[in-house]
Ligand binder design. Structure first.
Ligand SMILES: CCCCCCCCCC(=O)SCCNC(=O)CCNC(=O)[C@H](O)C(C)(C)COP(=O)(O)OP(=O)(O)OC[C@H]1O[C@@H](n2cnc3c(N)ncnc32)[C@H](O)[C@@H]1OP(=O)(O)O
Length: 182
């Protein structure tokens, strides 16, 4: 009998593909205190009915952003019954949404307003209903309007096993992207 082999995603240490890996010319943004201030103000400007972080969105993730360090963002969600896919486990799309939210937060910490262009997700372990997912995301580089962001979600504690990883390209947009009538 052969020993069970580790899954391909468990062997990978990053969710980033060639597309979401910053090109050689990308720069890691310097920490800008004004960017942090703008990020704090963003809810006031845009309101917050966000499925990811709106505190009063009943069936939303209600992600708590619990800190930042430069462009690294930290957050937590508690997986609720209405977030399940298979019985007792978080739906993969919900986990991707949580990653989108925390990676987006890191992008905004670079000092611009960003939307997700591409999001890649690796699922490494099931996430049970009732568990807390500890999220972290950081910026690997910025080139032109593109921010290359990566992150992970852990269960059991902030240093627990990684259950989900993601990598993304966020594209900088003007404020009108959010305010114009469609
Ligand atoms: C405190 C606040 C925290 C906020 C957290 C937010 C978390 C949630 C974030 C979201 O979920 S945002 C909602 C989901 N995303 C969208 O609705 C975006 C929909 N797409 C668009 O609006 C446009 O396609 C987009 C603004 C992304 C780009 O259109 P543009 O016409 O402005 O730009 P263009 O297409 O010229 O692309 C600009 C650059 O980005 C690149 N790009 C665009 N889309 C891409 C993509 N999908 N994959 C890779 N690269 C992409 C594109 O190749 C190009 O690279 P170069 O400058 O090198 O030429």
């Amino acid at each position: 009998m052969t020993a069970p082999t580790e899954s391909r995603s468990a062997k990978r240490t990053s969710a980033a593909s060639e597309i979401t890996t910053p090109p050689p010319g990308a720069t890691v943004p310097a920490v800008d205190p004004a960017a942090g201030q703008e990020y704090e103000l963003s809810d006031e400007v845009l309101g917050n009915e966000c499925f990811g972080c709106g505190p009063h969105v009943e069936h939303g993730l209600q992600m708590k952003r619990i800190g930042r360090d430069g462009t690294t963002a930290y957050g937590e969600i508690v997986v609720k019954r209405e977030h399940q896919g298979a019985p007792g486990l978080a739906h993969g799309g919900i986990l991707a949404t949580a990653m989108d939210e925390i990676l987006g937060t890191s992008a905004w910490l670079t000092g611009g307003r960003y939307v997700t262009g591409r999001l890649e997700t690796d699922y490494l372990a099931p996430v049970p209903v009732g568990s807390t997912l500890y999220l972290k995301a950081w910026c690997n580089g910025v080139e032109g309007r593109k921010a290359y962001i990566e992150g992970e979600g852990r269960i059991g504690g902030p240093d627990g096993p990684v259950a989900v990883r993601a990598a993304a390209i966020f594209v900088r947009v003007p404020m009108e992207h959010f305010t114009k009538q469609r």
